[in-house]
Design a protein around this ligand. Sequence first.
Ligand code: CA
Length: 255
Amino acid sequence: MTRHSRDLRSQATQAADTRDTTRVEGSDKRRVLVIEDEPDMVRGLRDAMTFEGFDVLSANSGREGVDKQRETPAHLVILDLMLPDINGFKVCEEIRQFDQHVPVLMLTARSQEADKIRGFEVGADDYVTKPFSIGELLARINAMFRRLDLAATPAAQLRIGECEIDFKKQTVTRNQRAEVLSFYEVELLRLLCERVGEPVSRDEILEKIWGLEAAPTNRTVDNFIVKLRRKLERDPKNPRHILTVYGFGYKLVSD
Ligand code: CA
C-alpha cells in the first residue's frame, strides 16, 4: 500500500470515527415531506413519523410536492411513484433541479427492477416496495438521517487519481469541473475509501449502505458503481480506480 493509500484510509477512518460526536445540534425537528395521494397511507406515515419525533408535511399531488419542497425544504422526501398528476419519476427530476442533496425515498406498488433503475437514474436514493412494514420504512429513514449527520461532519477532502473528492460538499472535481455526488454515491465511495486497496463484496456493500439482504437479482450496487465511474474515471469503460473483483465485488485503487 502506498503512502497516499494509507493517508486516504486514515482520513476516511477518522471521518467515520467521529460518527457519534457530530450529530447535528439544534432543537429544530427533522422535517419529512410525504408526497402521496392515498389518504390512508399519508395518515399512517404521518402518525408513525410524528411518533418518532419528525415534523411531517404532506402533499397529495406531484405538483404540490415539488412546490412545497421548493418553498419549505424538508430534510427528507418520501415520494410515491403513482400520483394523480405527474408521476414520481418526474417529481424527483424536478426536485433535483433545485435540490441536489435531499434524500429521496421512493414508494411504489411495482417491484420491477426497471422501475428501480429508472428511479435511481432520476435521482432517487432508495426504494421501498409496497406493501412494506412501517418498521422497515422507519429503519430506512433513520439510517438515511444517520448518514446525513455523518455527511455534515467536517469531512476530509480526498484525492483519487486526478479527482478531488469533497465529502462535505458531496462533489468530485476533475479538470476543474465539479460534479455533485448523490447521497448513496457518497456513501458507497466512503465505504470503498475506508477499505482502499481491499476488495469489498457486493453483499457487504448492500448490507452496510442500503441495509438490504443480498438477492441474486439485485443490481443496486452495480448500478451505483456505473454512476460513480462516470464521475470519477477518465474512461469509465476501462476504470483505473474503481475496479471490479469478478464474482465478488469492487476495489478502490487511489493512485
Ligand atoms: Ca399513490
